[in-house]
Design a protein. Structure first.
Length: 423
């Protein structure tokens, strides 16, 4: 018998959540075949079989949190024939074992998973096992982990003093009574609700966005860009560009080139803070925010300053396709120096983007709208205009730098030929 363990996932990732089992207990598996999918903070990872055999003893369920090195199942070598005898023994045990012994371990868990999956507390497999053995409801256990994760020591502490802790709320005055658990809240049929547990990635996104706002001295400055010149270039060159490069000439290549040109002039915006030091980055790895099914991800276009317009468009297209098909790797998401987010594709007219920490700058693009623009004192024209926003960390970026950075981007975009020289 061979244990299936959670392998080393990646740098800075020590645990994940079981998203789904791709094989069920009793299935014959082949070496290299994917067994289970884990959801980590950044990407989904499949754990594959390291030898041929039959999958047995699945110890974790979808929604369980597992750490590197945890044993999550076993593989019995030799094929289905060798697993028949253990299976028969298990069935015999099921028939002879008292019915009440199995109910709290299996049936109650299954019912809880189906009916209240969204309320299931986050806990390590060892903590879940110990709670089952002691007949403890994990939702009643107070976790000391700042993220609310229940560990074995929390279960032991609850078991030792649980009766007195649980009795305390009953002695409180009615006005101070604890809020009833979600499972017993009265349901108003005229006000239906649905509880959906946030995915691990959504929880991570929420945590990091809040951290960015609490940590950085974030400020946003705005400008607007006349897109007339870019639209004319795209209309004039789009067919030949596609014929030569096999990719469409979009807006993102123009904006990426403009960002690179502006970052070269204002290097503090291509930096990050580490302790009491400012780390100025001499490379231009530009993150492009992409809305994926599980939430926003920011894959990185490496060395954008060395890529042509076609190279940028191809790389963005490849990364977007990876995001849609859930094929992004950790390497695709790490190490960006600045981020561009385009809310305009969803119709956003104006927004204040949140920093992608530890970066100190992010550019927000918005929808293009035709608006009357004063050409001079006498003339007005309808022009395709876009509002752009720069959120920045005021701890190392001054307002003068931020405004000048955004003005530089505006100038480069309104004179696309300059992007070939400065971008």
């Amino acid at each position: 018998m061979f244990d299936v363990k959670v392998p080393e996932l990646a740098e800075s990732i020590s645990e994940g959540t079981v998203a789904q089992w791709l094989k069920k207990e009793g299935d014959t598996v082949v070496k290299g075949e994917d067994l289970v999918e884990l959801e980590t903070d950044k990407v989904n990872i499949e754990i594959s079989a390291e030898r041929d055999g039959v999958l047995k003893n699945i110890k974790v369920e979808p929604g369980d949190t597992v750490a590197v090195g945890d044993i999550i199942a076993s593989i019995v070598e030799g094929g289905a024939s060798e697993s028949a005898e253990p299976a028969a023994e298990e069935k015999a045990e099921e028939k002879t074992a008292p019915a009440q012994k199995q109910e709290p371990v299996v049936e109650n868990d299954a019912a809880e998973e189906e009916v209240k999956a969204s309320d299931r507390p986050i806990a390590s497999p060892a903590a879940r096992k110990l709670a089952r053995e002691k007949g403890i409801d994990l939702s009643e256990v107070n976790a000391r982990d700042p993220l609310g994760r229940v560990r074995t020591e929390d279960v032991k502490r609850h078991a030792e003093g649980g009766s007195s802790e649980k009795a305390a709320p009953a002695s409180k005055p009615a006005g101070q009574a604890s809020k009833p658990a979600a499972s017993v809240e009265p349901v108003n049929p005229e006000k239906p609700v649905e509880r959906v547990k946030m995915s691990r990635r959504r929880q991570t996104i929420a945590k990091r966005l809040v951290e960015a706002q609490q940590t950085a001295a974030m400020l946003t400055t705005f400008n607007e860009v006349d897109m007339t010149a870019i639209n004319e270039v795209r209309a004039r060159r789009k067919d030949k560009f596609y014929e030569q490069n096999g990719v469409k000439l979009g807006y993102m290549s123009f904006f990426t080139k403009a960002v690179v040109g502006a970052l070269k002039k204002f290097p503090a915006i291509n930096a990050e803070i580490q302790g009491d030091e400012m780390v100025l980055k001499k490379f231009y790895d530009i993150g492009i925010a992409v809305g994926a099914e599980e939430g926003l991800v920011v894959p990185v276009v490496r060395n954008a300053d060395r890529l042509s317009f076609a190279g940028i468009e191809k790389e963005i297209g490849n990364l977007a396709e990876k995001a849609r098909s859930k094929k992004l790797s950790l390497e695709d998401l790490q190490g960006g120096s600045f981020t561009i987010t385009n809310g305009g594709i969803f119709g956003s007219m104006l927004s204040t983007p949140i920093l992608n920490a530890p970066q100190v700058g992010i550019l927000g693009m918005h929808t293009i709208q035709w608006r009357p623009v004063a050409i001079d004192k006498e003339r007005m024209e309808n022009r395709p205009m876009m509002y752009i926003a720069l959120s920045y960390d005021h701890r190392i970026v001054d307002g003068k730098e931020a405004v000048s950075f955004l003005t530089t981007i505006k100038s480069l975009l309104e004179d696309p030929e300059s992007l070939l020289l400065e971008g």
